[in-house]
Design a protein around this ligand. Structure first.
Ligand code: ADP
Ligand code: ASP
Ligand code: MG
Length: 453
């Protein structure tokens, strides 16, 4: 079997859903499990409605609820011009009612816990999949019966063995040559049946987890670009599709902000040795990216990505001089305060690290203040250069610095795996940096230009 995951823009309206249906029909001999996101902008609207309810603006929340339900009803009406079938109609009424109740509950308490947020967010994927499953006449599976997670609401962690057993029991019997089934990305449930989500953009992760659990031949991520490109096309319009990426490259790119893949997507595929392909729903026979363990193309640099805003902390202490154990005590503080660190650069008496812009720093800074002085620089962006051949290609760093000569680089870090070279710049310098690096290191052409250094 294969997994076909379609993102929000791929199922935005009836025309899109018909195109997706045609792709699923074409793949039917391979027994596709169809994993869908909520329709475009729906998850954002659900978050907004929940926040309005929390602020006590029940009227505003209800307006959003009605608009959302009308939009989905309109979509279903377009797909079924002779009338929405009873089963689908009931499902839509039920989901509308559930959303209504949840929003009223939040407004009443003026309290929006991550747990309530997940329950509300789950409506989006449940709506899109109900409509699509009815359209193609395939079984609809509630992902919450399969995607077993822990109870970290908003960023739930999948529970591998349980998930695998449930997928084998519930999904596998529905799939086979000539048979498809439809389920939701992004959402799951705890062992107690509480609804969870895997975090924003998590449908890619769902697809990979389900593909790995079912031993899929291919995990296909269908989206609105021709695969993973050499840079975010919104920043660098001349970015080109990459034919082949290694798992390591894809994981680095996703972790450093290439939104095309959720950062956790690659891990389950790596573990199961299943290739992931990234394809354009509107150009199904166009170019696409294959992500596998081994990359066979010899490019010095594969792609660029950026992530921000981040905050740079510079921790300085004379105690670092010729002392062992300083770094251990430093990282103990981060661990105790549960703040994760991305990039690190060390000097003789100071360490610079980046943390997420919204990481809660007060307690951390207080703890660090006991043995060091800490500088805090907010509003920074990490710009990452990724490529398997980076480590083997002499002169790459020189070319990077050449490209960035007009830009103030505040921190540099070479990933220990040697396929990632990262720079920290001010937020406003990120786009110029990406454009300059792309022009200098990748250039234009059907494949990232090969260069001999
Ligand atoms: P979906 O809704 O299908 O999951 P997303 O919006 O999450 O789609 O991801 C696709 C978007 O990711 C593209 O439209 C593009 O703007 C953005 N993107 C960022 N970096 C890259 C990259 N390196 N390659 C391709 N797309 C990228
Ligand atoms: N619908 C969810 C989101 O918008 C998950 C996804 O699309 O991957 O974040
Ligand atoms: Mg996405």
């Amino acid at each position: 079997m294969i997994v076909m995951k379609f993102g929000g823009t791929s199922v935005a309206d009836a025309a899109c859903m018909r195109e997706v249906a045609a792709l699923v029909a074409e793949a039917l001999p391979q027994g596709p499990l169809v994993v869908l996101s909520a329709t475009a902008r729906t998850t954002d609207a659900l978050f907004e409605a929940a926040r309005k309810a929390e602020e006590g603006d029940l009227g505003g929340a209800m307006d959003l609820q009605r608009t959302l339900m009308l939009r989905h009803r309109g979509l279903a009406g377009d797909l079924f011009p002779d009338g929405i079938p009873e089963g689908l109609d009931n499902a839509l009424v039920e989901l509308g009612g559930e959303m209504d109740l949840l929003l009223r509950g939040v407004a009443l308490l003026r309290e929006l816990s991550p747990r309530s947020m997940d329950a509300i967010a789950s409506i989006g994927e449940r709506l899109s999949t109900r409509i699509f499953a009815a359209h193609i006449g395939a079984p609809w599976v509630d992902a919450r019966t399969v995607m077993r997670t822990d109870d970290r609401f908003g960023a739930a962690q999948p529970q591998g063995p349980e998930l695998e057993a449930l997928a084998g029991r519930i999904l596998a019997p529905l799939l086979g040559p000539g048979r498809a089934a439809v389920t939701q990305g992004y959402i799951g449930a705890t062992a107690r049946g509480l609804t969870t989500t895997l975090g924003r953009g998590g449908s890619d992760f769902s697809a990979a987890l389900l593909g790995a659990a079912l031993g899929a031949q291919d995990i296909q991520i269908w989206t609105d670009v021709e695969g993973v490109l050499t840079c975010d096309p919104r920043v660098v319009p001349e970015a080109q599709p990459i034919a082949e990426l290694s798992f390591a490259e894809a994981a680095e790119l996703a972790a450093f902000g290439a939104k095309v893949l959720h950062p956790a997507t690659i891990q389950p595929a790596v573990e199961a040795g299943i290739p992931v392909t990234v394809r354009h729903t509107r150009r199904p026979h166009g170019r696409f990216t294959t992500i596998t363990a081994e990359v066979r193309t010899g490019r010095p640099i594969t792609a660029l990505a950026s992530r921000g805003p981040v905050t740079v902390l510079t921790v300085a202490s004379a105690k670092m001089l010729n002392q062992s154990g300083f770094l251990a005590s430093l990282f103990q503080v981060f661990s105790r305060r549960r703040i994760s660190v991305d990039l690190i650069a060390t000097a003789e008496v100071s360490v610079s690290l980046t943390v997420d812009a919204d990481a809660p720093l007060d307690a951390l800074l207080e703890d660090l203040g006991e043995f060091a002085t800490v500088g805090v620089a907010r509003g920074r962006t990490i710009v990452a250069i990724v490529g398997e051949q980076l480590k083997l290609t002499p002169g790459v760093t020189g070319r990077c610095f050449g490209a960035l000569r007009e830009i103030n680089v505040e921190m540099i870090s070479m990933g220990a795996n040697e396929i990632n070279l990262s720079f920290v710049v001010k937020e406003e310098d990120a786009k110029p940096a990406l454009r300059a690096l792309h022009a200098a290191l990748i250039g234009v052409g059907p494949e990232p230009a090969r260069r001999s250094a």
